[in-house]
Design a protein around this ligand. Sequence first.
Ligand SMILES: Cc1cc2nc3c(=O)[nH]c(=O)nc-3n(C[C@H](O)[C@H](O)[C@H](O)COP(=O)(O)OP(=O)(O)OC[C@H]3O[C@@H](n4cnc5c(N)ncnc54)[C@H](O)[C@@H]3O)c2cc1C
Length: 414
Amino acid sequence: MISFEKSKAVKEMQHVIGTVAENMMRPKARYFDDNEGEIPWDFINFMHKAMKNLGAATLVPQPEPSNGDNKKPKTTQVYQVMAYTIEMLSYGDPGLYLCTPRGGLGSAAVQAAGTPEQKKKFLSNLGGETPIFTAMAITEAQAGSDNSAIIARAELDEETNEWVLNGEKIFITGGHKAFIDTKGYIVVWATLDPEARRAGIRSFVVEAGTPGAEITKKEKKLGIRASDTVSMTLTDCRVPFENMLGSPKIERSTTGFKGAMETFNVTRPLVAASALGIARAALEELKRVLGEDGVEIRYGLPRQKMTNIEREVIDMERMLRSSWLLCIKAVWLSDNKQPNSLEAAMSKLHAGEVVTKITQKAVEILGPIGYSRELLLEKWLRDAKINDIFEGTGQINRLIAARKLLGYSGKDLR
Ligand SMILES: Cc1cc2nc3c(=O)[nH]c(=O)nc-3n(C[C@H](O)[C@H](O)[C@H](O)COP(=O)(O)OP(=O)(O)OC[C@H]3O[C@@H](n4cnc5c(N)ncnc54)[C@H](O)[C@@H]3O)c2cc1C
């Protein structure tokens, strides 16, 4: 049964990360927004050490202990703790949160689609002496929402037993930190056969320093400017056979693609958690400024007796809380090894809309002061929108949810 009671681990983590958010992230948020491309090493090193000391409070779920083949998989609270952690870090600053070491989409992909050996190899080393970043490269110029249109190629060199990757990837979050600034890795999606569309797609771990893989461009962005977003080229880039995530068996089925897509069931609710951290920050800031102006929200009054601002604020709180419930349900299902693709899509879609609405409303209600750079509200408005774009846009997650709810296939409803 889903319980809404926060576990001891969550409460402890919220206290620790809450202090970091308030005292370390907020004071630096404006600086790293203004100085896009500068790497927040102080924050990165601090978080790396802090997470090492905390042990359990890592952003990356560690390889799970085996239960033996026939036993029911053990349930954990890993993803619930992660959702609360990410919400709190994004409350501190969403750009800096994306600079938290040990995490990143690459490690989430390994966790979702890797074999036990791959998890051991590519997750266990994240907690070493120096910080490590990981990233995931799916998007190509002609393949964004429709990632079955990927044309980056993976071919097996049977003599050397290596995969040879060729192609170009764009918009890779944290790719610079994973590949240039630290010795991490990027999980690259490529096709064994472009004609086979989904059936041909697999994901490959490309480690920093692999010859033939090059970071080519750093984007300048509207928001989350503390986080780097890069392009990458792969030219006869050779990776070991065992770096293909999941089963090495090559078959013309969609199993490999499904394995790769499993990553989204894990990461979408976590994007939702990040979005809701920004939304909470904006809402709290709005109430603080209103409070300073003598405007308190009178809860419990009949709606028609409230002022318009009171109604607006209460509606924002309702949106935030309902969205959080969707997010918690999606991560609870992950922790309990239950299917959650519907809930993952719904939580991401809802939170992406909610954070966009709440940050926009907060700026609107405060007028000129909301729009000015004196507060962080205008920044949060810019930071918010990405949550409705990456990991599947709002439209795409709505399509996925509709297909699941109505029983349509991808061919029937697109
Ligand atoms: C800052 C940033 C970071 C990113 N990080 C990563 C990353 O780490 N790794 C990675 O692989 N990618 C990343 N992306 C890429 C991101 O996932 C894609 O931009 C996103 O999936 C949309 O793809 P697209 O840009 O090709 O848009 P398109 O697919 O061209 O879509 C354009 C518009 O059309 C809509 N649309 C498309 N198809 C449909 C449809 N069938 N029905 C209704 N509407 C539709 C979309 O919702 C969107 O509004 C990042 C992007 C940004 C901006």
